[in-house]
Design a binder for this molecule. Sequence first.
Ligand code: ZN
Length: 193
Amino acid sequence: MIHPDTELRFVSPEVGYGVFATRRIPRGTITWALDPLDRRWSALEAEALGPAFEPILRRYGYLDEEGQRVISWDHGRYVNHSCAPTTASGGDDHFEVALRDIEAGEEITDDYGEFLADEYFACRCGAPTCRGDVGLGSPLEELARDQLRERVQEALIAGRVLPQPLLAFALDRARIERALELGTQAVEPEPLA
Ligand SMILES: [Zn+2]
């Protein structure tokens, strides 16, 4: 579920729609949380839908850490990519957090590099820090992820004392509360190869 202080707006024929703040959303606010109404498909289930559905799943869904395609039931599925995003994943694909204060009228964006395990696209987000190629294979991807991780930690610490209206709807509320408590992503670090 996307934060209640947001709305869907038409951006341009090229971009389509986007999600915008209707009020100020402070840094550390949980801006999206996986909720019980969101739909998830395993790789097998997604394939069984047939090839006609593939572009829809790719456009509106994301690939979670378990390889499932997830599509938000509300306008959360219209959040656009930016190489300078206003929000980022809390680390385990269960929620998103505001990386900085988002003023009313500003767009809620995400760095899709986090969600592209099997593809990439040529980015035209217009950010001064635009990486060009986003996703698998881009040499800047690793660096971008490390920088995002640090900012997510700081944001979560700031989020501890904020109202968090999405907690009441989260599929795994305890997981988000734990992350806010720790100020870090609630996932095990990758073992060293
Ligand atoms: Zn870009």
